[in-house]
Ligand binder design. Structure first.
Ligand code: SF4
Length: 294
């Protein structure tokens, strides 16, 4: 793959323009951009993403849970494949994988920050069961991850990926958008479908606050990962069925930034508002502090 072009994109629109201007695939453009940014040759970037894929595959398996300092790491154990379910076995596995990865994150096991630890269950939660179910090989999986990374990059450039800055919309919302774009690319290698999938996913989560109980990335974070995964699946389904976003992705991201800027600081990871400030949330916080002092 050639790196003779000086390609740098900040926005999704830049990416689309570069694809057209140089008549290259989205993956070729993303690799050139990544290579320029990181000063690594393209094959090294691919190796990094192969490693990321391996870690993601491992992160969906439940590791040891240590409840000593935790208040809610039981979700992965209670959600098992059920005979009576609204969801197909694949969707049940997606829910389970998102919860498990998020519990593994809470218990300090290795996960991929995609784009953050708090939202680390969304992407592997959807991607890994889908790769297995449809028999996609690792080469196409790495391409999907590159698409997801490019979407995350655009959000970072135009807004933020941090709950402390933009609320949970910037974490779970971004993870959901990255996942929807990545999975849509698995099924249709079409950049406008990727854009629609990512836009629909992010639009659905705009305004979500960051209000972790006791300051731990557990309540509501773990279950929000399952929600972000299902939202990504829905956005992908709509996009690959031909439903288009009316608002371009860059504008959705800028809307997210605007909403985050207007969000009160108590709703941006300070643990002072929303669920963290409920009577039960405060009780959990008090109990946790007491356990530290024992
Ligand atoms: S609530 Fe806050 S800490 Fe939890 S996943 Fe969302 S952004 Fe992260």
């Amino acid at each position: 793959m050639s790196t003779k072009f000086e390609i740098r994109y900040r926005s999704f629109n830049d990416l689309k323009i570069a694809i057209e201007k140089y008549d290259l695939s989205p993956i070729e453009i993303i690799l050139i951009n990544e290579s320029k940014k990181s000063k690594l040759p393209e094959h090294k970037i691919i190796e990094k993403f192969e490693y990321i894929l391996r870690v993601m595959k491992d992160s969906v398996n439940l590791k040891e849970t240590d409840n000593r300092f935790h208040i809610s790491v039981d979700s992965a154990e209670i959600y098992k494949e059920r005979e009576q379910s609204f969801f197909s076995p694949l969707v049940q596995e997606i829910i389970q994988s998102a919860l498990v990865t998020s519990v593994n994150n809470a218990c300090m096991h290795r996960i991929v920050s995609s784009p953050t630890g708090g939202a680390s269950g969304v992407m592997p939660g959807v991607l890994i069961p889908i790769l297995k179910h449809y028999g996609f090989n690792d080469d196409i999986a790495v391409k999907a991850l590159l698409i997801g990374a490019a979407i995350g990059d655009v959000i970072k450039n135009l807004a933020t990926l941090s709950g402390a800055e933009g609320g949970c919309q910037a974490e779970i919302g971004s993870a959901s958008a990255m996942t929807a774009g990545a999975v849509s690319y698995l099924f249709k290698e079409d950049i406008s479908m990727v854009e629609s999938a990512a836009s629909i996913a992010l639009k659905n989560i705009l305004g979500l606050t960051c209000d972790p109980v006791a300051g731990l990335v557990e309540i509501p974070c773990i279950k929000r990962n399952a929600m972000g995964a299902l939202n990504a699946l829905l956005a992908t389904e709509l996009s690959i069925s031909g439903i288009k976003t009316k608002i371009p992705f860059d504008e959705v991201v800028l809307a997210m930034k605007d909403i985050g800027d207007k969000m009160d600081s108590t709703l941006r990871e300070t643990g002072l508002g929303g669920l963290a400030a409920t009577p039960t949330g405060k009780k959990f916080s008090k109990k946790l502090k007491q356990s530290y002092n024992r």
